[in-house]
Design a protein around this ligand. Structure first.
Ligand SMILES: [Zn+2]
Length: 344
C-alpha cells in the first residue's frame, strides 16, 4: 500500500474455512498462495460452487470465478489458471499429486541410514510403542519435541549425523525447504496471469505452467482438459427426490450417497440458508426447516441447484467439502428431457 498509490489491502488472520461463502463471492478473481492439497481443494470447491450452468450445460459467464494458483517445492514450481466450467479445476487434475513417498518400515526398524530414517522411526514406530493408540499431533510442540529426542537417541545408536529439530519438523510434516528464487518466479507468473484476467490485455496461459530449476532451467506449459464427470466443477450430481422428502432426510441421503459421502452438511439454495450446522445462532434459526419438504423450501420448482457444505471422507481423510447438487423432483410437471426419460 505504501508502494502503489490507490492499492488497498485488507489482511485476515484466520482459517480459510472460517470465512462464509459470501466472503469469497465478493471477489472477481481468487489468487491462491496455499501450502497444501487440502487447502487448494477447499478453495477450488468454493469458487466452483458459484458456477451455474444454463439448460444446455454451458457455464453462465457471470457466475465464473477465475482462480490463479501457484505452488513451489524446492527448485520446482507451477502456476496455473483455472476458469471454472471452461478449464480443468483443481479436482479435475487431482491425480497430478502423487501419493507421498514413505520409507519401508523394515528400513526404519532394522537398517536406518539417514537422519530422516531415524526421525520416521521415532514418529511412526516408537510413538505407537510408547503411546499405544494415541494419535500423534504434528502441531503440538511437546509431541514434536518428544519425536525429536527419540530420533536423536536412535541416530546416536547407529552413528548417524544430522538430526535437528527443524529437520524433524520437516520430515514429519513433509516440509520441503522453500527456495526464494523459485517463489519469486512462480509468484511473478501468478501476478502476470492475474493482471491478464483483470485487464484482458492478453490471453492467459493455457493452462498449467511447470518450472524446474534443479539442473539448468526448464519451463513448459501443458494444456490439461476438463474431467467432464468432475463432481466439483461439473453441472452437479443429479439427485431425484419425492416431493415429500424433508430437508432432514435429504441431508441424511448426502451422507450415504456413494459419490458424495458428505456428512453434517449445511444446505443453501440460491444464496438462502436452508439449514446451517454452524454457528449455533444460524443453526437455531434454520432448524425448523429440517422438517419441511425440500420441494416447498425450493419454491415448488420441478428442479434446481442446491449447495451442500460438510465433511467429506476420502481415503479415511476428512476434509471440508462443498458440493453442487441438481435436485429434480419426481412426478412434477416441467421436468427436463433427461428427467422424463428416466421416469418413462
Ligand atoms: Zn473439475
Amino acid at each position: 500500500m505504501e508502494r502503489v498509490t490507490g492499492v488497498n489491502i485488507v489482511p485476515h488472520f484466520c482459517r480459510i474455512e472460517d470465512k462464509p461463502l459470501d466472503f469469497y463471492n465478493d471477489f472477481n478473481i481468487i489468487a491462491l498462495g496455499l501450502d497444501s492439497v487440502e487447502a487448494r481443494s477447499y478453495i477450488n470447491a468454493v469458487a466452483c460452487s458459484f458456477l451455474e450452468y444454463d439448460e444446455n450445460d454451458n457455464p453462465k459467464e457471470e457466475t465464473i470465478k477465475p482462480m490463479v494458483d501457484g505452488g513451489t517445492e524446492g527448485f520446482k514450481g507451477h502456476a496455473r489458471v483455472i476458469i471454472p466450467g471452461k478449464t480443468p479445476c483443481f479436482e479435475c487434475t487431482i491425480w497430478l499429486f502423487p501419493p507421498q513417498v514413505k520409507f519401508p518400515l523394515c528400513t526404519l526398524a532394522e537398517t536406518p541410514r539417514t537422519a530422516a530414517h531415524c526421525i520416521e522411526y521415532a514418529h511412526l514406530i516408537k510413538w505407537d510403542e510408547v503411546h499405544g493408540g494415541k494419535a500423534f499431533d504434528p502441531d503440538d510442540p511437546d509431541q514434536m519435541q518428544w519425536v525429536y529426542k527419540e530420533a536423536v537417541k536412535r541416530a546416536e545408536l547407529f552413528g548417524i549425523p544430522g538430526v535437528t529439530y527443524s529437520l524433524t519438523q520437516g520430515v514429519v510434516k513433509n516440509i520441503i525447504p522453500a527456495i526464494a528464487s523459485t517463489n519469486a518466479i512462480i509468484s511473478a507468473a501468478c501476478a502476470l496471469e492475474t493482471l491478464k484476467i483483470v485487464s484482458g490485455c492478453s490471453k492467459t496461459l493455457s493452462n498449467y505452467l511447470t518450472y524446474n530449476g534443479v539442473e539448468g532451467l526448464h519451463t513448459k506449459v501443458t494444456e490439461f482438459v476438463k474431467d467432464k464427470d468432475c463432481l466439483v466443477c461439473g453441472p452437479g450430481v443429479l439427485i431425484e427426490l419425492d416431493t415429500s422428502c424433508t430437508l432432514q432426510k435429504f441431508i441424511e441421503q448426502l451422507e450415504e450417497h456413494p459419490k458424495l459421502h458428505l456428512s453434517k452438511a449445511s444446505v443453501t439454495h440460491e444464496g438462502k440458508n436452508l439449514y446451517m450446522q454452524a454457528p449455533p445462532v444460524l443453526e437455531e434459526m434454520t432448524r425448523s426447516n429440517l422438517l419441511l419438504s425440500l420441494f416447498e423450501l425450493m419454491g415448488k420448482v420441478p428442479s434446481g441447484t442446491v449447495h451442500a457444505t460438510g465433511t467429506s471422507t476420502k481415503n479415511d481423510k476428512k476434509t471440508s467439502g462443498s458440493r453442487k447438487l441438481r435436485v429434480a423432483f419426481k412426478g412434477v410437471n416441467g421436468m427436463t428431457d433427461m428427467d422424463t426419460a428416466g421416469g418413462a
